[in-house]
Design a protein around this ligand. Structure first.
Ligand code: C2E
Ligand code: CA
Ligand code: CA
Ligand code: CA
Length: 278
């Protein structure tokens, strides 16, 4: 029993060490990743629930490291956040997304929205207003095409400061969406004050539709709430036609998810948009 206890202890510490090293390794590799061109964006179509038309895309960061292979955003975005690297990585994403969108519009594609994720740290600490201005100026993208996705927790950390930042962003003419809605807690009073355009219902509430009554209730409640606040509403992670139908019946405006397409290259996005015009 004594040996067993010691073994358990050793395994536990080994496991902890491995996790710590992984994290450090990610941080070390990430420092070079941007300069080495290992980071790039893919674009997931945003779709109208009613017409099934692609009207925009969300830019999602990708990382392929020659030694470690594909590293998922869920693994490296938190490391980028905690190490402060998110500032540079976030600026890269903004600029690159604006550049791609400008190119697609110049090709004549009927797109309205390019959505870019802004991490809490970027939103709270960095001068995100200056970054947005710079990306728009450098690429020539008109502001009304750009939408920033911000989580509830980033906004609620300091609601008064957030309001000031959001107002400044709105004055630039860009749009603002709340990401992963329903997973944090926002005060209705604040939501009402913020100059927002869209709520994005988190995938966890869509996944079990139409089998789970609680999920259905939460999704329809969020749609109703968005209506009341005069916001557009998008459902994330839609994988089945049943889910899309449910959302259509309950008046959700938009969706994204594998039912239409995963995130793809800008070229493939252009193909998808062209295909639907025929
Ligand atoms: P998110 O912003 O909620 O992005 C949606 C995630 O859901 C993406 O994962 C997307 O690939 C995935 N997804 C979309 N449709 C479906 C579906 O039908 N089924 C399933 N199972 N998944 C679906 P991804 O690309 O792995 O990104 C994960 C998270 O990493 C994002 O969640 C976002 O929080 C963060 N992230 C990604 N790119 C960036 C970025 O450029 N900047 C920042 N700050 N965060 C980013
Ligand atoms: Ca997002
Ligand atoms: Ca989301
Ligand atoms: Ca999410």
């Amino acid at each position: 029993a004594k040996d067993q206890g010691r073994n358990t202890y050793r395994l536990y510490t080994e496991d902890m060490t491995r996790k710590a090293l992984d994290r450090l390794e990610i941080e070390t590799l990430l420092r070079e990743a941007l300069a080495n061109g290992e980071l790039y964006l893919e674009y997931q179509p945003l779709v109208s629930v009613h017409s099934n038309a692609i009207f925009g895309a969300e830019a999602l960061m990708r990382w392929k490291n020659p030694l470690r292979g594909v590293i998922r955003p869920d693994e490296f975005i938190p490391v980028a956040e905690e190490s402060g690297m998110i500032t540079r990585i976030g600026d890269f994403a903004l600029l690159e997304a604006c550049r791609s969108m400008k190119r697609l519009l110049d090709e004549g594609l009927p797109l309205r929205t390019i959505a870019v994720n802004i991490s809490p740290r970027q939103f709270l600490l960095q001068d995100v207003v200056a970054s947005v201005k710079k990306s728009l100026a450098e690429t020539g993208l008109r502001p009304e095409y750009l939408e920033l996705e911000i989580t509830e927790s980033a906004l609620m950390h300091d609601p008064d400061q957030s309001l000031q930042t959001l107002l400044a962003l709105r004055d630039l003419g860009i749009r603002l969406a709340i990401d992963d809605f329903g997973t944090g807690y926002s005060s209705l009073a604040h939501l009402k004050r913020f100059p927002l355009h869209k709520l994005k219902i988190d995938r966890s509430f869509i996944r079990d539709i139409p089998h789970d009554l609680d999920s259905e209730k939460i999704a329809t409640t969020i749609v109703a709430m968005a209506r009341g606040l005069e916001l557009k509403v998008l459902a994330e992670g839609v994988e089945t036609e049943d889910q899309r139908k449910f959302l259509e019946e309950h008046n959700c405006d938009f969706f994204q998810g594998y039912l239409c397409s995963p995130a793809v290259s800008a070229e493939t996005l252009a193909e998808l948009v062209k295909k639907q015009r025929r």
